[in-house]
Design a protein around this ligand. Structure first.
Ligand code: F6P
Length: 376
């Protein structure tokens, strides 16, 4: 296999994140200039693979993209084994295999998060030579120290917390900044520590409104008539967290396709009912403390724009390492960041796993030591 790879496909899947283009460039320049490979880019993630929609990527296409946000290839959240056709999920793995064969693609490089690792594993199981790279602002991919996009989002969320302090302080308000991260608290905890949030709420530690109220009242008693709260989008109070967990367990326990569908619908309803949790918390805190409360949802601002220097370096390191691994014929792997180097981790180890914040993590201990309330 070592010298066999001539033509490689690359795609970006899942939510966009800063650094995607830097990886495409790092991989592409190494693959083309050092190893003499040809590179094509599939459009819009899995969609392009299924619908055979691609572009040739040559030196010119890879030039000037190191610093740009988003992805030059486009992206989508489609799943290869549950691709929606006329409203119904279908397994498109055989179609993808056919397309790759017709295009004479020897290896496929997939840039994405947890969902993409699962897609990559499906293709690997069908015999496709896949290499996956860890992209997400959430930092929740297992078996990698970090993922590209996270450092930039951390800077943006920290800057937002810094700026929100001005209004919180001047108007004597509680400001809740809702921060992305899916079901993981890395982004909220990191930016909360860096921005000096008074309270940080993460999914890994279900909160109690009483505990948050106590923290804010103690601050008022010390003369601080404002508070900034970093709220992870996945953070919940103890009751909501238990309801959500119970609904998830029902999905895992479902034995028939019908039971699975019903459990998924129930889970979606529970999640829907909890969607406005940050606004609900703001109302509760206003009533309990007498301080006016406001919510700022940071949203897509956190994933937009140029990658920071740290992400550019990480993306370039991972991209070039991935090209080396493709050249060496190492497939079925995630190119993980490990210290200042990289490590090839088997996809079967990574797919389906999520890296949450361990409740004894140093960041949590650090936050507690400086008096940050964690809502528990
Ligand atoms: O995984 C990245 C992320 O931005 C999460 O933080 C967030 O929960 C999710 O994507 C939002 O996804 P979408 O853009 O599809 O709404």
């Amino acid at each position: 296999m070592t010298t066999a790879v001539k033509r490689v496909g690359i795609l970006t899947a899942g939510g966009d994140a800063p650094g995607l283009n830097a990886v495409i460039r790092g991989f592409g320049k190494t693959a083309i200039n050092h190893y003499g490979m040809e590179l094509i880019g599939f459009r819009d993630g899995i969609k392009g693979l299924v619908e055979n929609h691609y572009v040739d990527l040559d030196g010119a296409a890879l030039s000037g993209i190191l610093t740009t946000g988003g992805t030059i290839l486009g992206t989508s959240r489609d799943k290869v084994h549950k691709y929606i056709v006329n409203g119904e999920p279908q397994n498109m793995v055989p179609t993808v295999q056919e397309n790759l064969e017709k295009l004479k693609i020897d290896a496929l490089v997939m840039l994405g998060g947890g969902g993409t690792a699962k897609n990559a594993k499906q293709l690997m199981d069908a015999g496709v030579n896949v290499v996956s790279l860890p992209k997400t602002i959430d930092n929740d991919i297992a078996y990698t120290d970090t993922s590209f996009g996270f450092a930039t989002a951390l800077e943006i969320a920290t800057d937002a917390i810094d700026r929100l302090h001005s209004t919180a302080h001047s108007h004597h308000r509680i400001i809740l900044a809702e921060i992305m991260g899916h079901r993981a608290g890395w982004l909220s905890l990191g930016s909360g520590i860096a921005g000096g949030a008074d309270i940080v709420l993460i999914p890994e530690i279900p909160y109690s409104v009483d505990s948050i109220t106590d923290t804010i009242k103690a601050r008022i008693a010390r003369g601080s008539t404002f508070s900034v709260v970093a709220v992870a989008e996945g953070a919940r109070d103890s009751k909501d967290a238990a309801d959500y967990q119970a609904a998830r367990l029902l999905v895992d326990a479902a034995k028939t396709p019908e039971a699975h569908r019903a459990a998924k619908t129930h889970l979606a309803n529970v999640a829907d009912a909890q969607r406005e949790h940050t606004f609900k918390l703001a109302r509760e805190l206003e009533a309990a403390t007498g301080l006016e409360s406001r919510v700022t949802i940071l949203g897509y601002v956190q994933r937009g724009g140029i990658p920071c220097a740290e992400d550019r370096i990480l993306a370039t390191r991972l991209g070039t390492a991935a090209a080396d691994l493709v050249k060496a014929g190492e497939f079925g792997i995630l190119v993980a960041a490990r210290g200042q180097g990289t490590e090839a981790v088997p996809l079967q180890q990574v797919a389906g796993k999520v890296k949450l914040v361990p409740t004894d993590h140093d960041w949590i201990k650090t936050a507690r030591k400086v008096g940050t309330g964690l809502g528990d």
